[in-house]
Write a protein that binds this ligand. Sequence first.
Ligand SMILES: CC(C)[C@H](C(=O)O)[C@@H](O)C(=O)O
Ligand code: SF4
Length: 468
Amino acid sequence: MSRGTLFDKVWDLHTVSTLPSGQTQLFIGLHLIHEVTSPQAFAMIRERKLPVLFPNRTVATVDHIVPTDNQARPLADSLAEEMLQALEKNCQDYNIRFYGIGSGNQGIVHVIAPEQGLTQPGMTIACGDSHTSTHGAFGAIAFGIGTSQVRDVLASQTLALAKLKVRKIEVNGSLRPGVYAKDVILHIIRKLGVKGGVGYAYEFAGSTFAQMTMEERMTVCNMAIEGGARCGYVNPDQVTFDYLQGRDQAPKGEAWEQAVAWWQSLASDPDAVYDDGVVFDAAEIPPTVTWGITPGQGIGVNEPIPEPKYLPDSEKALAQEAYTYMQLEPGQPIQGTKVDVCFIGSCTNGRISDLREAAKIAQGRQVAPGIKAFVVPGSERVKEAAEAEGLDQIFTAAGFEWREPGCSMCLAMNPDKLQGSQISASSSNRNFKGRQGSASGRTLLMSPAMVVAAAVTGQVTDVRELLN
Ligand SMILES: CC(C)[C@H](C(=O)O)[C@@H](O)C(=O)O
Ligand code: SF4
């Protein structure tokens, strides 16, 4: 029964059957794949001699393992080359669209699908990648799946899933200068916890999201999963339609008008019933930085690292683990913490608008001595657009390295890795232990503008001090 939310409407429209288990057999409109989680799925369908049922509903790219300096084939890392070849072969054998290196369309899977207009409102989208929640920015129901589910989608274009509850997260008002979409989602996760969203889809509503661009909404939805919500979404509106109109895979002509009317009808009704609701005031959100080992361990850049006595009992053990691992003292300010590496990129903040905001701060400044700072565009299209605007020049003049597109040091499944216990200021989405390629490497998550502020000062700095 629809309760009037976009989630319920889209879910019901894609329900093929209710399984004896009580789960829904859900039709998946768009399936995105990459080199890391697809090889075994293909192996499983090969073994069972199953076809890919709707090859035109699957789109592939390579992102995690690509080097961001020299991308010449064969790739220097033989394991990476093998993974790339496996994906190429699977796509060829099963007639699947593949956006490879140099195609002009390669990039992080969650960057390329929206930019090509593949991601559309009202769709169900699955990918063997947790940050598939990104696509919810368009009013799609998009979620990450495991490799055996990738197999299920390849073979049947459906998944067996339990329906989620829906929590409405309202943020109202204008963000203060120096506060970005990244801060909004870090703040939400700080307040609701990394497990707060388990069992829920997050609907992001209110005037703050209404005022956001599509790329800002993608940043927010990208990290819904870090708050435990398997998917997050924003209802489609004129901002969504304006972004999509004219994109390669978007409907054209009369089909466009019909699509817009259809998409509008899918937005949550004003009287929709939610399982839960939370309201935030945008003006109260500070530039936020993580100090710990989960994306929920965030604080305002001007706040001290929380002392155990101020934490609920349930958070104390994790905080202890974080002080030790991060080599940070409770009660000390996070501002002024020295950093070693500054990384701008990832599916959270590797889009053109992110690079523009970062370049605004970098312009006319210099990366501090001894800091390694680099910018990795989220896709080949982002790179091309950035170069057309001269952003690469601004970054390189400031002492940043300008790289080829890929996931890069977000996860360091390529040569971009922290060394030893280096600290990075990172525009990515995960600060787990060892996340960025060194078992003792440390990650501070923040907005791209804050990463630049850290790069040019050599330490965690309130970006508002650098705004004119
Ligand atoms: C490699 C992949 C399965 C993984 C994910 O699921 O998200 C990665 O993209 C990440 O960000 O940790
Ligand atoms: S950029 Fe990072 S979070 Fe996004 S898909 Fe790649 S590894 Fe995962």
